[in-house]
Design a binder for this molecule. Structure first.
Ligand code: NDP
Length: 246
């Protein structure tokens, strides 16, 4: 039977590439978008025109009721979710001195609480069926910290703590849980950084002297989602052009 993969934030730069890749290797892909996203219908039409028949559901991943409601709908309308990619995320960068509680809360809720909110209603079903893949999209800045990102670095590091603990709990039930930590990837999130900062501060830190491509991250996610990756769990896989090795 065709497996169902849910990609949160599937209309963003990385999420779109991950959704397309998973569809191309045979998964039925479902994505979520923020309830306020006004471009969702156009995106779905573009994807349909490109041969990708995705289903998409509104879901505020930061809100547990919205997450539960969305997952109930997907399960009822399409069937149980086999692969969960926790990809939705935001930044609210500023130095700790200037950071307000709203900047902290928004980033923690969207990047970290969301992992609980989405995984909780899905994990029991995966355990009952004896197969599941949970893939958490973290960041190099959760591994090494980044100036102006105490909130984001904390949330992204927290995702990996979650990954390791849950991987232990579900290892005997056919479920793997892994973290992918991309470096700087050419998506809207990174294009919002000024060209000058990219050229003088970011790209010089990357031994490969370039930004990563969304498709490069998507290929890794597709591998983690596959049957072949059944023995790989609790890992934090860096994909960063050599920027940070550990
Ligand atoms: P984008 O900004 O392009 O996409 C982010 C996605 O998250 C959007 O689809 C957005 O949906 C969704 N989203 C944000 N808030 C919510 C919410 N409350 N509820 C539901 N969906 C939400 O970013 P990227 O594609 O670049 O990033 C994807 C992930 O990869 C993020 O977790 C990011 O932290 C991580 N990452 C990215 C890197 C990069 O270099 N680009 C590097 C390392 C990690 P909508 O548009 O509908 O609001």
């Amino acid at each position: 039977m065709t497996k169902i993969a849910l990609v949160t934030g599937g209309m963003g730069g990385l999420g779109e590439a991950i959704s397309m890749k998973l569809a191309s290797v045979g998964y039925r892909v479902v994505t979520t978008y923020s309830p306020g996203n006004t471009k969702s219908q156009q995106w779905l039409a573009d994807m349909e025109a490109g041969g990708f028949g995705f289903r998409a559901y509104p879901c505020d991943v930061a809100d547990d009721e919205s997450a539960q409601e969305c997952i109930n709908r997907i399960t009822k309308e399409l069937g149980p979710i086999d692969v969960l990619v926790n990809n939705a995320g935001i930044t609210r960068d500023t130095t700790f001195k200037k950071m307000g509680k709203p900047d902290w809360d928004a980033v923690m809720k969207t990047n970290l609480d969301s992992v609980f909110n989405m995984t909780k209603p899905i994990c029991d079903g995966m355990m009952e069926r004896g197969w599941g893949r949970i893939i958490n999209i973290s960041s190099v800045n959760g591994q090494k910290g980044a100036f102006g990102q105490t909130n984001y670095s904390a949330a992204k590091a927290g995702m990996h703590g979650f990954t390791k603990a849950l991987a232990l709990e579900v290892a005997r039930r056919g479920i793997t849980v892994n973290t992918v930590s991309p470096g700087y990837i050419a998506t809207k999130m990174v294009r919002e950084i000024s060209r000058e900062v990219l050229d003088t501060k970011i790209i010089p830190q990357i031994p490969m002297s370039r930004l990563g491509k969304p498709e490069e991250v998507a290929g890794l996610v597709a591998y983690l989602a596959s049957d072949e990756a059944a023995f790989l769990t609790g890992a934090n896989i860096a994909i960063n052009g050599g920027q940070h090795m550990h």
